[in-house]
Design a protein around this ligand. Sequence first.
Ligand SMILES: [Zn+2]
Length: 123
Amino acid sequence: MNTAVAILVQRDYAGIAAAYRELLEADLQRRSAEATGGSRPEPAREFADGYYHWVMTLLRIEERRAVNPSLLLPPAMADGLLAVGRARAEFAAAHPSCSYCGAPLLAAKDTFCWSCQKSWKEE
Ligand SMILES: [Zn+2]
């Protein structure tokens, strides 16, 4: 990726959030398909590779920042981390955790957990 394109990707915060959300959704689909013995084709990626590389970079920076909160970041990186956080919150709202095992449910209204195989009645 050339520098001009890298800068465009790094400042496309909506794109960064959407690409990360896509990675989270794909990971959930893959894990649930593996757990239930199903197979699903790898979903097509909506964004250029640079978006996913940048998301992975931001996640590594986020980890380092958890250890060293005083780590100074350029504004684009700090805003990128906010986009990652927004995507994670959206994912959590769309996929609440199973109250038995903590795995993200496939849908907010699910009454069955793909991970621990428990089911419950709707409240
Ligand atoms: Zn569960």
